[in-house]
Write a protein of this length. Sequence first.
Lengths: 223, 223
Amino acid sequence: MLPRAVLFDAYGTLFDVYSVGLLAEQLYPGHGERLAQLWRDKQIEYTRLVSMSGRYRPFWELTRAGLRFAARRLGLELPLEAEDRLMNQYRHLSAFPENRAVLAELRARDVRAGILSNGDPEMLAVAVKSAGLTELLDPVLSVHATRRYKTDPAAYALGPAALGLDPRQILFVSSNGWDAIGATWYGYTTLWVNRGNLPLEELEVTPTRIGSSLRDVLDFFPT
Amino acid sequence: MLPRAVLFDAYGTLFDVYSVGLLAEQLYPGHGERLAQLWRDKQIEYTRLVSMSGRYRPFWELTRAGLRFAARRLGLELPLEAEDRLMNQYRHLSAFPENRAVLAELRARDVRAGILSNGDPEMLAVAVKSAGLTELLDPVLSVHATRRYKTDPAAYALGPAALGLDPRQILFVSSNGWDAIGATWYGYTTLWVNRGNLPLEELEVTPTRIGSSLRDVLDFFPT
């Protein structure tokens, strides 16, 4: 069965979460990459801890918390001005260069394309708008409504509910291996855009397909 | 209110999960520490992913899966013999040197002391026995019964149920910051044995006390 619509993960998939590394490197020469990596890891870890414990807090707050932890872990001073600059950069992440063409082509092929993200609604609205993709993405779904982060099934359930489709009829696209796996477990047709050329998680589950760029989405929707 | 009993986390708290690093370094000179670290991180990540997704698998399996991923991620060949040697080492982790004296002193003070661990029952039985601590630890509780890993409240709930005490009357001890925090959220009195001198997680919650060795447990139970 071919899918009939697409839902994209946002952070890491449409938006380059490591693009903050440039500013981080300016602020902390020699430590930018490590800071960006640890920040990202901690942000994700925090989504899992609060979700498992039933202690939801919005993604923006956890992103800030992750940054603070990462800086302390690396022994870097983080004055409020630096924190605000990095957080502001996170609000306006670079979009991957192929996004626009792929989204436009999906539109041309009459395929509905939206977002299903851990980001809270305001973050997502700003990110989509500042990337100039507002007209090409609908719906923009945030897990905020469920107070559960991916990979909780309650979070993935937002997609089928909003689109009125069976999960198998929806292509869920993520560059985060764990997210592609969670979505596969949930029942979506899935594409893992393995930008980092990482090994597959050893969890005895494989995404429907594995690709290397957002362009691989188009193979699911032949003209 | 002073606590009346103690529950210890096992892996990282009573047993040194990085003691496998020595064998890893023998097998992969120059990569042992990195392999041990990534193995541990992945093992924990997998507990969260399967728990959040309602796809429980026993800790032993996830430990093996984490090892396989870590080796692949680092580009290290992992023939079955090396895998079995590392896994066997994990079954017989070194106990921290102060454990026995602390547990014996708790016994002398008439304080019941047990384990509440992500490990599955067989792993725990072997670890406790090979460390020679069988007589000093009761009960040995595994989250296996709940099919939810810590920090899921269902996992922490095993302690009060087994001991017939309110969570606040139980001192939960962990060297894993996230575990100390999860237990604090749940309602335990908590001690984070911060062996690695790490920053506190930035989650707006603080364990009851923070210490540096298992000996700090004894301060909760004055003679």
